[in-house]
Design a protein around this ligand. Structure first.
Ligand code: SF4
Ligand code: SF4
Length: 130
């Protein structure tokens, strides 16, 4: 499951994700991170059964945590297989199959939203997983 973690860096550089791994023993996969002098934001992927312990520990460390319950949805009736989303997606979510039809592996997605913006046919959107 994916969690979006936001934390302040005003009180110094805290290795917050490393602390989570050390203190909980949960292996955390960092899928995206944006860090500047005042704030850090990381999209992390953790096993579903570790969600509670990781969220509690992050809260103890002063971080804000949001569970991401969305995924990118492809409307195949609108897609014209132009490949623009393949070019823009750094996670290699999109590929062409042997018949040059678009395929996607949503597991790799980090919900950056770039593909939605670039699709000329509005074939991509966010949808809730639940
Ligand atoms: S950018 Fe849009 S229309 Fe083009 S291949 Fe991707 S989903 Fe299909
Ligand atoms: S939101 Fe789109 S561009 Fe971003 S990682 Fe997911 S599939 Fe790729």
């Amino acid at each position: 499951m994916k969690l979006l973690v936001t934390y302040s860096r005003r009180e110094g550089k805290k290795p917050i994700i490393a602390q989570i791994v050390r203190d909980t023993g949960v292996l955390v996969n960092v899928e995206r991170a944006l860090i500047d002098s005042s704030e850090g934001e990381a999209l992390i992927d953790i096993p579903d059964d570790s969600c509670r312990i990781v969220r509690d520990k992050l809260a103890d460390l002063g971080a804000t945590v949001r569970l991401l319950e969305e995924e990118i949805s492809l409307d195949e009736s609108e897609c014209v297989d132009c490949g623009a989303c393949i070019s823009i997606c750094l996670q290699e979510v999109f590929t062409f199959d042997t018949e040059s039809k678009l395929r996607m592996d949503a597991e790799k997605c980090v919900l950056c939203g770039r593909c939605i913006e670039i699709c000329p046919h509005k074939a991509l959107s966010r949808k809730s997983e639940t």
